[in-house]
Write a protein that binds this ligand. Structure first.
Ligand code: FAD
Length: 396
């Protein structure tokens, strides 16, 4: 059996590895000529890291991953701790897999490395898919260069502006969430005593928040600063803004944040979009995964994790059935509810992170002091999902 996968992002490459695992041939069609170096980090929570471990991706990432000691919330202006609870040991003990911080380029290179070792010609770059055509027994991807590729199924892993989704459900632009994200990476060596802690740290404040964490074994700091802002709606990993604009957005914030902004060579900005949950992810032999079907705000750090889970469940559904279109429907049915909840949770975190008054964080501060386990337990439904079934997570 053979699958066409449209898009070589985290979702598409994960799908390729999951399908190879069940013995399918894969052809990944990626529009860009080169899988670029994206200068940003990504948090991979235990629900996804356990799958990447089984796929052999974590071994390849090796020491480039960073395991944060704790998960923290701090007030953006004063730096005062709202809560700080263990994460590194807790992730293994409670959810059975590590919580990791990775450079996106390292994760993509590892996914690609494992795939190429197994199927050297699986990924074709410079191939833009403009749509699909299907008959009862097969489906084909139609390419911009006039050629086509045929297979048993087609997976649209082509991101938030998915061409495959547009054909399946009609063209409908994603919605601007009213948030713009600044992103930068800075060598820890240039930060001295103002280096952010070795944690997954969210700094909260009125109408904005920042996230800091370490990459590449701790050598690099990742900064994401999210600001509620109307009127600028460009999505791009490469669009640059000015240092003074980021500083203005975080004016009066703790020196760890303002120093980080000053020390960054480049400040990228990205308008954040999402979609309301879709009811349909499949059309016969075509199915969507990842941001193509459930783009979300990054406020639970789950977009890529959900794409990896999708890839896994899709392959498991295909393994369990001899009818590809039925298997794809079963996949979508298994995923709709969970991804809808994660989309909603991501949106809800915007309120939690952007309170107007510091006093609004008092209840969380109390919970962090009196019942730190409660904060862990709030993540169980996300991090504790064991699709692999081979790990042994302990809840409660
Ligand atoms: P994409 O990464 O968008 O990949 C789609 C691929 O398809 C691209 O390579 C594209 O070139 C290709 N493509 C598109 N159209 C075509 C076409 N017509 N033909 C051929 N190829 C095509 N998630 C987490 O889990 N943890 C985090 O910490 C986290 N932090 C984030 C921080 C920020 C600021 C943002 C914006 C997002 C964050 N996310 C995070 C979300 C995560 O980045 C996305 O959910 C994830 O990358 C989606 O992967 P994907 O493969 O579905 O889509």
């Amino acid at each position: 059996m053979r699958a066409i996968i449209v898009g070589a992002g985290i979702g598409g490459l994960s799908a390729a590895l999951c399908l190879r695992r069940i013995g399918w041939q894969v052809c990944v069609l990626e529009q860009t000529d080169q899988l670029g170096e994206i200068g940003a980090g990504i948090q991979i929570s235990p629900n996804a890291s356990r799958l990447l471990g089984t796929l052999g991706v974590l071994d390849r990432v090796g020491p480039a991953a960073f395991e944060p000691e704790r998960i923290e919330m701090r007030l953006g202006r004063s730096g005062r701790e709202v809560f700080s609870i263990p994460l590194r040991e807790a992730a293994m003990a409670r959810w059975g897999a590590p919580y990791l911080h990775l450079h996106r380029a390292d994760l993509l290179a590892a996914l690609m490395g494992v795939l190429r070792e197994d199927s050297p010609d699986a990924v074709l770059t410079g191939k833009t898919v403009i749509g699909y055509t299907q008959e009862k027994q097969k489906i084909q991807a139609d390419l911009a260069d006039g050629s086509s590729v045929e297979a048993d199924i087609l997976i649209g892993a082509d991101g938030i502006h998915s061409t495959i989704r547009d054909q399946m459900l009609g063209k409908q632009p994603p919605r601007f969430t009213g948030n713009v994200a600044w992103r930068a990476t800075v060598p820890i060596s240039s930060l001295g005593e103002l280096a952010p802690p070795p944690t997954a740290c969210v700094w909260v404040g009125p109408g904005r928040h920042a996230v800091t964490y370490r990459l590449r074994g701790g050598a690099l700091i990742n900064f994401v600063g999210v600001v509620e802002q109307q009127g600028w709606e460009t999505e791009s990993w490469t669009e640059q803004g000015r240092c003074e604009d980021v500083l203005a957005d975080f004016s009066g914030w703790h020196p760890i944040i303002t120093n980080l902004i000053r020390q960054a060579d480049s400040h990228y900005r990205w308008a954040l979009f999402d979609r309301a949950p879709l009811k349909q992810w499949t059309d016969g032999r075509a199915a969507l995964i990842g941001d193509a079907c459930h783009p979300m705000l990054p406020f639970l750090a789950q977009g890529a994790a959900m794409a990896i889970e999708d890839a896994w469940v899709l392959a498991e559904s295909l393994k369990a059935s001899t009818q590809p279109s039925q298997a794809l429907q079963a996949y979508a049915a298994a995923r709709l509810d969970r991804t809808r909840k994660v989309q909603a949770g991501s949106l809800a975190n915007m309120r939690t992170f952007h309170h107007k008054h510091d006093l609004a964080y008092l209840p969380l501060w109390l919970i962090g002091k009196l019942m730190p386990g409660f904060i862990h337990s709030r993540q169980d439904w996300i991090y504790g999902l064991d699709l692999n079934q081979s790990a042994n997570p302990q809840h409660g």
